[in-house]
Structures are given as structure tokens and as C-alpha cells.
Design a binder for this molecule. Structure first.
Ligand SMILES: CC(C)(COP(=O)(O)OP(=O)(O)OC[C@H]1O[C@@H](n2cnc3c(N)ncnc32)[C@H](O)[C@@H]1OP(=O)(O)O)[C@@H](O)C(=O)NCCC(=O)NCCS
Length: 313
């Protein structure tokens, strides 16, 4: 009844997209994937194309998994992307069979440590990864804030100069350098190459995503970075004017001076000026630099938690 076969590039993309979109349809904030998104993923500079499988149940495509290996990481950590099983085929151990094949694929590439993720509201996924022997090891939060009222006088630095630096090649070079410096202690972070920064920004811009890079300057020296993004596809799907505060980073010597709050408030005002109603962000709850404290002090609320799990074999 069950046949699992390798993913065939330039043929299976529509099959994969259909499985993914149907498996994730119950999550209203999940924006369906398009063929163009799959193309962007496929041509990305850090992609390892091995480890993708399609499960067929009685000859019908029913599930997908990707044993993803980031080729630029040095720590030999794999990421289990999925499995995704179309709801009508769930509870037939298709997910388990796909995951086991993914583990085998990792092991063949010398990887014995894998990560998986599940949000707190996704009980099937939690039970599923626990049964596979994963242990929860980190918690993240998705947070939101209505832009109707933007807080002020909450300890933000009022002397820092914040500029929108644009997104030309020079700007992306500065963005990349600030990101890598500010994020280096971040959980699971690995330096992002300039090639990747340019690739993802340019490809998303071609899709109509609007990016803005804001840099905070202290005495003309870059001290912090905020990246905002507005995705028309997401707005259309959600029927809500939502935007992202995608990255916030302040360089170490400039921390605890209200620069992070100043960048947040500046970006929220900017997004409101663009007609957005809500700002969202993702945060690592136990980040040692405690960004969650900034977000809470600005009135952000948790939408859901995202658990990260680890398994070693
Ligand atoms: C999570 C998912 C992949 C499971 O796929 P599946 O083929 O139904 O899973 P299996 O049949 O192999 O289930 C294996 C075990 O997981 C647990 N499990 C799976 N679905 C469950 C559910 N709805 N409720 C409780 N436990 C569940 C059970 O322990 C199950 O074993 P059992 O059936 O012997 O009791 C599927 O529900 C899915 O695609 N969800 C949406 C996408 C997603 O969240 N993927 C991320 C996975 S980390």
C-alpha cells in the first residue's frame, strides 16, 4: 500500500507543493506555497538537494519529507523539514516511514543529530516527534502588536539617528555585516554569506515583497539593524494588513542603551505609515540577550509558541 520514492527534481515540485499546502491548510497563518517559492528554495546557495522523499499510498501522493542539511553549517546538524502528510492519509504510519527514511538519509551523509519543530497548538506533530524519540530543547514565540497604538517613552534611546539605508548592493553589504555581528551569539546561528543575503532579498523582491533596512547610528557609526518586510501574498491570504519585524540586532558595545526599543518604535511607525495594521515577530524565549523583555515592554503579545526538538542517533 505504501511506496516511498526519492523526489524527482523539475518534476515533483507541484506534487510537493500540493502535499505541503494541504497538510498545513489548518494553520490559518500559513501562506500557501507557490511554484515560484519552490524555485527560489531550489536555487538557493546553501541548499543540499539530497534527502527529499515522496510517499505514495495506494498509488496516490500522500506525504513528503526533506532531510535538510545546510551545506554552510559546520556543526553537522540536520533539520527534519516535515514530514507533511495530507490529512485524509494521516494515522497510517506514513509520517513515521518518511521520518525513518529521512534519518537514514542523514546518517548516510554522516549526520547523527537532527532538529525538528512543532508549534504548541499542533498536538499531532508534538506526539509524533516525541514518539520518534525527539526531546524538546528550545522554545520560541511568535508575537504580535496592533499598530493602531504605538508605545512611546518606554525607555527608547532618543539620541540615536535611524536611517532607512535602502536595499542596493552597498546596503545589503552593511546589513549582512551588522546581522552577522549582532547575531553571533544567537542560538543555532551560523554566519550568513553576502551571496545568500543578496539572493533571498532579490528573489523575494521579484515576488513583490517590500524590504526596508533601518540602521541606528551613534556618532555616525552603525550600532544596530532592523529589517522590516511586507509580503502582499501573505496579506492577501490572511485578509489582514500584517507585516514583519524580521530582524532586530544591536551590536554588543551599544546594548542596554534603548537602541533596540528605538529601532522597534521607528519600524512600527514606518509600517503604520505604509497602511499596515499589525506587526509580527519571532523570538527565542531564552536568548541570553533577552529580546523578549523589549517586546513585552512594548506591549507585544504571544500568538503561539514554537517548540524545537532534538534527536541524536
Ligand atoms: C504530524 C504528521 C506528519 C503525522 O503524520 P502521520 O502519518 O499521521 O503519523 P503516523 O501515522 O506515522 O503517527 C506516528 C505516531 O505519532 C503520533 N500521532 C500522530 N498523529 C497524532 C494525532 N493526531 N494525535 C495524537 N498522536 C498522533 C502517534 O503516537 C502515532 O502513533 P500511533 O498511530 O501508533 O498511535 C501529520 O499529522 C502532518 O502532516 N501534520 C501537519 C504537518 C506537520 O505538522 N508536520 C510537522 C511534523 S514535525
Amino acid at each position: 500500500m505504501l511506496n516511498i520514492r526519492p523526489f524527482i527534481e523539475d518534476q515533483d515540485e507541484p506534487v510537493y507543493i500540493d502535499i505541503l499546502n494541504r497538510a498545513m491548510a489548518e494553520f490559518s497563518d500559513f501562506t500557501p506555497m507557490t511554484l515560484t517559492d519552490a524555485e527560489i528554495e531550489k536555487n538557493a546557495p546553501n541548499i543540499d538537494k539530497q534527502g527529499r522523499f515522496i510517499a505514495e499510498w495506494r498509488g496516490v501522493a500522500a506525504g513528503y519529507v526533506y532531510a535538510y542539511l545546510d551545506t554552510k553549517r559546520e556543526d553537522k546538524l540536520g533539520f527534519l523539514d516535515g514530514p507533511f502528510v495530507i490529512p485524509e492519509f494521516c494515522r497510517n504510519h506514513i509520517g513515521t516511514a518518511l521520518a525513518e527514511l529521512a534519518f537514514k538519509s542523514f546518517q548516510e551523509r554522516g549526520i547523527n543529530k537532527y532538529e525538528a519543530g512543532a508549534r504548541n497548538t499542533n498536538i499531532p506533530a508534538q506526539k509524533f516527534v516525541e514518539k520518534l524519540g525527539f526531546k524538546m530543547y528550545r522554545v520560541f514565540s511568535r508575537m504580535k502588536h496592533a499598530l493602531s497604538e504605538i508605545p512611546e517613552n518606554v525607555g527608547e534611546n532618543k539620541d540615536v539617528v535611524i536611517k532607512d539605508i535602502g536595499t542596493d548592493d552597498e546596503a545589503l553589504k552593511l546589513e549582512n555585516a551588522l546581522l552577522n555581528e549582532a547575531m553571533k551569539e544567537h542560538f543555532n546561528f551560523r554566519p550568513v554569506t553576502l551571496e545568500e543575503t543578496k539572493y533571498y532579498t532579490r528573489e523575494q523582491q521579484k515576488q513583490g515583497v517590500r524590504y526596508n533596512d533601518f540602521v541606528a547610528y551613534v556618532n555616525d557609526v552603525p550600532a544596530g539593524l532592523m529589517i522590516t518586510s511586507i509580503d502582499p501574498k501573505e496579506i492577501e491570504h490572511q485578509q489582514k494588513k500584517v507585516a514583519w519585524l524580521s530582524v532586530l540586532g544591536v551590536l554588543k558595545p551599544y546594548r542596554s542603551q534603548g537602541i533596540g526599543k528605538a529601532l522597534m518604535i521607528h519600524a512600527m511607525k514606518f509600517l503604520k505609515g505604509k497602511g499596515m495594521d499589525e506587526a509580527m515577530l519571532g523570538v527565542d524565549d531564552t536568548n541570553i540577550t533577552k529580546p523578549m523583555k523589549i517586546y513585552e515592554s512594548l506591549g507585544f503579545e504571544v500568538v503561539f509558541k514554537f517548540y524545537r526538538y532534538l534527536k541524536e542517533s
